[in-house]
Each structure stands twice: as structure tokens, then as C-alpha cells.
Design a protein around this ligand. Structure first.
Ligand code: KG4
Ligand code: ZN
Length: 375
């Protein structure tokens, strides 16, 4: 990644890293110890959610988010350090999300990390938030490179071949909305509450997934891009003409969740073929799901059986590491520090920061939405 400096020597002793996350609506700090063999000891993992502050608006309000991060970041860092039982001398490096995300929050976390790193004379790792999600399975289990990654969150939907640290090959991405955004907007239209994903899932449990016919955008196409905007619009139309009863709500939530799941499974199936072609991996491979939407039970179950049928091992992080957290940022920072990849104290905050600049600059195979691809 640009701006990364190779430090003189690679690390071969355990590293203790503080990580900060503040790119959306969670203010989070975590301390972990990373061992040369890839083992991780999570010493603390503090997350302060802003859900209550955004709930009245049915979505994340950037200005409210930025102010909340500023109010909370200092106490969250102190709590993470105290809980970890470490003191500042024992911290080997400071990592923070430097993008992509809402710029006010990103600046708050990154400036905090820079201040600490400078004052303590420690290395700084300016971490790509998506790299944090991509490495999140490695927090809790052995998940060697390479693997196929479905990254689905509130801001991103991508299929990536994760070949190594900082080495990503994009196989597909959304041409319009992100998967989590589709869940959130659907919940908003139906008045289910915020954040939308878990609410849709709760309502879906009581509904009939076959009740309402909804589209499966891009299904069967021979690429691995996604589109969710049409599905979201179809839900809004179905809701308009429904009787708004609890049964109607549950049926629409279940039908929407089924359409989302089937759409994602179809795209992952395509990506599996591309992954095997591009990596030459013919034997047992690995499929990982990450990001907030990875918490969805129906999606996890669907991915598990798809993986089995296509000779992929399926790895899904525990729920607390699916959504935004600082443990994944501390891990990405520790892996970068161990590899000698540190950043200068003037590392920029980036509202947009693709993991794989080559693919990001190329047009998606399926074309652009009106506003262009979001991620
Ligand atoms: O990764 P994340 O915490 O933040 C971003 O980086 O965007 O993802 C948040 C997204 C939200 O859109 C939320 O509605 C969705 O993840 N989400 C879910 C579930 N839990 C959270 N979507 C579907 N089913 C869930 N159980
Ligand atoms: Zn995220």
C-alpha cells in the first residue's frame, strides 16, 4: 500500500499492538499480542456503539458520528489499555483505521494514533479498514493465505482473492448499493428500526420466505459482481401495496432475506470458479465471510453448504468480529509491523481507499450504476 515504509528488520518476537477503529459508527480500541507463528492473544476489545444516537434517523449521520467519536475516543483507549493489563512501555506499535470511511471519524482515530505514536516514539500503522475485515478470521483460527473472501458490510460488498498481507485480487464488487445498505434501507422502508440487518433477520424468522416474489439481481451471470438496488426498490413496491400487518412484515422480511442470500450465494459460486482459475487452486480451498452482514444466520448457513459442495472449507469469524471492531485493526497493524510495514506520521486519512487499486480503477464487468461503483 502507498505510504508504507519498509522498516529495517522483520520482527520475530511477539508484538503487542493497540488498534483503533472509528471509520463508521463504532468507536473501538483493542490491545492484542501477535506471535510470530500467527497466534493471537486478545488482551482487550472495547467497542462503544453509537446506535442510540443514529436510531432516530434510521441511518448513520456523519456529523453525529464524528462528534461522538471525538467525545468517546480517549476514554475507550484508556479502557482498552487498562483492561489489557499492559502499560504504554509494553506497547510495540499503534494501529488505526486510516480509511475508507466517514472522514470525520477516520481523522479522529488516526490523529489519536499519531499523537500517541509520536509522544511514545512508537511505530504507526495506518490500516485499511477493509484489510482489517479481510484478516478478521485470523483473530480466532488458523486461516492461512490464500483464501476467497466475501466481504459484505454496510459500506462494501466485494469478492476478493486474499493472496497475502496487502496482496488482494478483486473478483467482483457491487455496482450500486452495499449488501448491508440494502438491509438497512429495507428495514427503514418497513419501519423495522436501526441497524436494519439484525431487525430484518428477527422479523424474517417469523415469516415465509416464499411469500413474496422478489428479483435475484445478476443471478446466473458469468462474472462475480453484485447489484442490490433493484431488489431494494422491489421491496419498497411490495411494502407499498401490503396491508402492513405483522404477518405482511414478517413475510416480506423473510422473502427479502431469502432473495439477498440466494443472490449472494450465486455470486460466490461464480467467484469460486474465478478463484480457482486465477489461483490455480484445484484441491481443497478456503472460503471466508467477513463484515457486518456476515452475522446473518441464513447467509452463513447457505455459504456453509455451498462451500461443502464445492470443496471449500468455510470459515466465519465469531459474531463479535463480523461487525466493526478494533481487534481486527490491531491484528492488521500487528501483521504489518511484523512484516516491517510501518507508516510515516503524516499518513493521510482517506475517505476512499480500495484494497486493490488495479481493479478499483477498472470498470466493473457489469458496468456502473448511476453514481458509479461505491467500493
Ligand atoms: O462491518 P459493519 O459493522 O460496518 C461497516 O463497515 O459497514 O457492517 C454493518 C452492516 C449494517 O448494514 C448492518 O445492518 C449489517 O452490517 N448487519 C447485518 C446483520 N448484522 C449486521 N445484516 C444482515 N444480517 C445481520 N444479522
Ligand atoms: Zn466495516
Amino acid at each position: 500500500m502507498a505510504n508504507a515504509l519498509k522498516s529495517a528488520a522483520k520482527q520475530d518476537s511477539p508484538l503487542t499492538v493497540l488498534g483503533l477503529e472509528s471509520s463508521c459508527d463504532e468507536t473501538a480500541a483493542s490491545v492484542l499480542r501477535y506471535y510470530p507463528d500467527g497466534q493471537v492473544d486478545l488482551l482487550s476489545n472495547i467497542v462503544a456503539s453509537q446506535d442510540e444516537e443514529h436510531r432516530p434517523f434510521g441511518g448513520v449521520v456523519p456529523e453525529i458520528a464524528a462528534r461522538a467519536h471525538m467525545r468517546k475516543i480517549e476514554s475507550i483507549i484508556s479502557k482498552a489499555l487498562k483492561t489489557s493489563g499492559q502499560n504504554w512501555d509494553e506497547i510495540d506499535g499503534i494501529a488505526a483505521t486510516a480509511g475508507p470511511g466517514l472522514i470525520g471519524g477516520v481523522i479522529t482515530g488516526l490523529m489519536g494514533a499519531k499523537g500517541l505514536a509520536m509522544a511514545l516514539g512508537k511505530p504507526l500503522m495506518a490500516v485499511n479498514h477493509l484489510e482489517g475485515h479481510a484478516l478478521s478470521p485470523r483473530l480466532t483460527e488458523s486461516c492461512p493465505f490464500p483464501y476467497l473472501l466475501l466481504l459484505v458490510s454496510g459500506g462494501h460488498s466485494q469478492l476478493l482473492s486474499v493472496k497475502g498481507l496487502g496482496d488482494y485480487d478483486r473478483l467482483g464488487s457491487t455496482v450500486d448499493d452495499a449488501a448491508g445498505e440494502a438491509f438497512d434501507k429495507t428495514a427503514k422502508v418497513m419501519g423495522l428500526g436501526f441497524p436494519g440487518g439484525p431487525k430484518v433477520q428477527q422479523w424474517a424468522e417469523r415469516g415465509n420466505p416464499e411469500a413474496i416474489k422478489l428479483p435475484r439481481p445478476m443471478k446466473g451471470r458469468d462474472h462475480a459482481d453484485f447489484s442490490f438496488a433493484g431488489l431494494k426498490t422491489a421491496v419498497a413496491r411490495a411494502w407499498d401495496v401490503s396491508d402492513k400487518s405483522d404477518t405482511a412484515k414478517a413475510n416480506l422480511a423473510a422473502s427479502f432475506q431469502r432473495a439477498m442470500t440466494e443472490t449472494m450465494l450465486d455470486r460466490v459460486g461464480q467467484a469460486m470458479t474465478l478463484y480457482r482459475q486465477r489461483t490455480g487452486e484445484a484441491g481443497q480451498a478456503r472460503l471466508v465471510v467477513a463484515g457486518g452482514v456476515a452475522a446473518n444466520t441464513e447467509l452463513r448457513a447457505g455459504l456453509k453448504s455451498l462451500a461443502q459442495s464445492r470443496a471449500f472449507d468455510f470459515i466465519a469469524p465469531p459474531l463479535k468480529f463480523c461487525g466493526d471492531n478494533a481487534a481486527m485493526i490491531a491484528l492488521a497493524g500487528a501483521e504489518r509491523l511484523a512484516a516491517g510495514l510501518i507508516d510515516t506520521y503524516d499518513a493521510p486519512a482517506r475517505p476512499r481507499w480500495p484494497l486493490d487499486s488495479d481493479a478499483a480503477n477498472a470498470a466493473p464487468k457489469s458496468g456502473y450504476g448511476k453514481k458509479g461503483p461505491k467500493s
